[in-house]
Design a protein around this ligand. Structure first.
Ligand SMILES: [Zn+2]
Length: 273
């Protein structure tokens, strides 16, 4: 049984976006001949997020990412597990042990959650992101199945925007695996690829993203025999990710991004005039 929450990365008032997500879920369940369940939840709303962020500021992480989301998401599985008598609940991993990233969803936490005879598994922690993409591509190639990978959390429409860092990261990994991202639900344009460098760096890349994601992607794209390399993304071959993320333009973008929203909008209005 696949479980998806409305109220996690899709806001409760984004009805249109949720419709797309729900259709995608049902289509996936049909493809893999399994059941699907959706849960509408206010678990991100009923808490005072701003106050909790202030309380955990010393951890240099948000309350959602650093403390809430792992157990918060898993907890929704408890009634379903009890009702259907499930002995195992899987939550997909984000990182691997090598990444060494503090995160509220981690095998040391998730793996110790139990309820009503159900054990929780932090799934595929042993594989990095590129390896997961490779497995999906290998499976798709072997079975001839095409399906949408929904990765975007920036768009309000429930689709992959093809412009945010996470969308672009996945698209580049698919190119590295020798596949066209269009086969996996990334309906990108040439302009999206042309602007990829600017969009990847526009909000600044932290050390973890550079080391854990982008340097391996660069290596895979430039060293794999069957990797696809559209002309517009060839910038990656010579890109110095450390230097680029520290460049003045990127630092300025990051500085603006980190300003309080009220000041940021005023500043952007002046800059864009
Ligand atoms: Zn996106």
């Amino acid at each position: 049984m696949l479980m998806t929450l409305w109220g996690s990365d899709i806001a409760l008032d984004d009805t249109e976006g949720w419709q797309i997500v729900e259709n995608h879920l049902l289509e996936t369940a049909r493809t893999f001949q399994t059941q699907a369940v959706t849960i509408k939840t206010n678990f991100r709303r009923f808490i005072n997020d701003a106050e909790l962020n202030r309380l955990v500021a010393a951890a240099r992480d948000s309350y959602w990412h650093g403390f809430q989301h792992g157990i918060g998401i898993i907890g929704h599985g408890a009634p379903m597990a009890w009702k259907h008598g499930f002995s195992k609940l899987y939550i997909a991993s984000s990182f691997t042990a090598n990444d060494n990233v503090p995160c509220a969803s981690h095998p040391d936490i998730d793996g110790n959650v139990r309820f009503t005879g159900t054990r929780v598994f932090h799934d595929q922690y042993e594989f990095d992101r590129q390896a997961k993409v490779d497995h999906i591509c290998e499976y798709s190639g072997r079975t001839g199945r095409k399906f949408t990978l929904r990765v975007c959390w920036k768009t309000s429409g429930g689709k992959n925007c093809c412009r945010c860092e996470k969308c672009l990261r996945t698209m580049f990994e698919l190119f590295a695996a020798g596949r066209d991202p269009r086969d996996f639900g990334f309906d990108y344009s040439n302009a999206d690829l042309r602007k990829s460098k600017l969009n990847i760096f526009s909000k600044g890349l932290d050390y973890i993203s550079i080391q854990g994601y982008w340097k391996p992607i660069k290596h895979e794209l430039t060293h794999r025999p069957h990797a696809l390399m559209p002309e517009q993304i060839k910038w990656i071959e010579t890109c110095d990710f450390d230097k680029e993320s520290k460049s003045r333009k990127m630092r300025a973008a990051l500085f603006i991004h980190n300003l309080p929203a009220r000041i940021r909008f005023k500043l952007l209005r002046i800059i864009n005039k």
